[in-house]
Design a protein around this ligand. Structure first.
Ligand code: HGY
Ligand code: MN
Ligand code: MN
Ligand code: MN
Length: 410
């Protein structure tokens, strides 16, 4: 009976499009930063869908939400999930696909009157993106025990608001304790957010690993001065040092090659006036590589260069680690099962690393975990034009369904 089970594409697309209305941007795309008013609207709506399915709902102290569909036995659930917070220029699918596909899988089980041996759950984790509060994935980190609740509640955004205050404000500081919820298996369906599957015409990404991530914030303090009267030799220009670090980060990535990437995504320059030499810059550098040793080399090159350049310019520089994740490898048993189910469904698949970070890389420390990728058009993501064909979303959700059933009934 379960062999012929298929998800309902219309319902899945309805879920995704409705979720996309919370924080919708003029002209398309979504801005739903963690713990914002739009995040609260989205959370309330997803919880209402879980209630409509009759799921037992668990909201923990850091705002992670889990909906549990009862199994025949009262044992740890097989869980699906991802995140519903987005970056400021987000699309409809990053994170949301993994949560909506989980809702759709449970809806399909319910429609068919199937009660698996193990309970089946769907979750969304707080602040996967790290776009407002760093480190990213702190919700799943606290859930797994990789970060203390106290530390996470004290994290501040650029405006000085803490996670604790914002969770209270949106009413999602739950009572369920963190770091103690047992999960049997975790599966995260996600758009690839890169160009590989789309370019090669492959329908399912069998994700074996997630590359290492290094997030550093530099604060550079120079001397503000008159743009017209100050000779170049007398300047202590924080903006110049920031610009050189910006270029150097890219040069390092090109020199190292392979999977090495470098991004300077945030720069705040003060006083930010046309006729004043900048005296205060805060900037971030995001470095990633599948090989941790190479990633460490890239960090050393960057940090040394930043120090030397600051010294030459006579400015002060300090740095703060915002996040640091070593590469992780998912569980062979579950990875193989994803590949097997794709083959059984007649879908071509490819084993690959993930360039993006995901909650699954945190959950894999506590239970057998893997991910399922679906292609995204031109590899575009963290961009309002993010797009994945409904047929590809449906195919990914069907693989999620079949893997979950195999794990829930074993
Ligand atoms: O940055 C990342 O890889 C993730 O989207 N937070
Ligand atoms: Mn994501
Ligand atoms: Mn993302
Ligand atoms: Mn991510």
């Amino acid at each position: 009976m379960t062999q012929s089970l298929r998800v309902n594409k219309q319902r899945l697309m309805g879920f995704l499009n409705t979720l996309g209305t919370f924080g919708a941007l003029e002209g398309g795309g979504v801005c739903r930063l963690a713990l914002s008013a739009a995040d609260k609207q989205a959370r309330d709506w997803v919880v209402s869908q879980m209630q409509a399915l009759g799921l037992t709902i668990r909201i923990d102290q850091i705002g992670n939400v889990i909906g549990i569909y009862k199994g025949q036995e009262d044992v740890p659930p097989v869980m699906m999930g991802s995140h519903i917070d987005t970056v400021a220029t987000g699309g409809l699918y990053d994170g949301c696909f993994g949560v909506m596909a989980g809702l759709e899988v449970i809806s399909t089980l319910k429609d068919s009157g199937i009660t698996p041996k193990r309970p089946v759950a769907v979750a969304f984790f707080t602040d996967e993106e790290g776009a407002r509060f760093a480190p990213d994935m702190f919700g799943s980190l606290v859930f797994q025990g990789g970060l203390s609740l106290e530390e996470a509640l004290a994290i501040k955004d650029v405006d000085g608001f803490t996670v604790g205050e914002e969770l209270d404000k949106i009413g999602y500081k739950g009572n369920a304790p963190v770091g103690c919820f047992e999960v049997d298996t975790f599966l995260e369906a996600h758009i690839e957010q890169g160009p590989v599957l789309d370019k090669e015409g492959i329908k399912i990404g069998v994700v074996e690993s997630v590359q290492g991530i290094s997030w550093t914030e530099f604060t550079i303090e120079g001397v503000s001065n008159h743009a017209g009267t100050t000779p170049m030799s007398m300047r202590h220009d924080a903006g110049l040092v920031a610009a050189k670090i910006n270029v150097f980060a890219r040069e390092v990535a090109h020199k190292i090659g392979g999977s090495q990437v470098a991004t300077v995504g945030y720069i705040s320059c003060k006083p930010n006036l046309i006729n004043v030499v900048p005296n205060h810059v805060v900037m971030t550098v995001d470095l990633r590589n599948t090989d941790n040793d190479v990633l460490k080399q890239a960090e050393t090159l960057l940090f040394d260069y930043a120090e030397n350049t600051a010294k030459e310019e006579g400015v002060k520089i300090s740095r703060r680690k915002l996040a640091r994740f070593d590469p992780v490898y998912f569980h062979k048993e579950i990875v193989d099962l994803v590949e097997q189910e794709a083959e059984a469904a007649g879908l071509n698949s490819k084993r690959m690393p993930s360039g993006a970070g995901h909650d699954a890389q945190i959950l894999k420390e506590m239970c057998p975990t893997a991910m399922i990728f679906v292609p995204c058009k031109d590899g575009l993501s963290h961009n309002v034009k993010e797009f994945t064909e409904p047929d590809d979303l449906e195919a990914g959700a069907n693989i999620l369904l079949s893997v979950i059933l195999k794990r829930a009934n074993r």
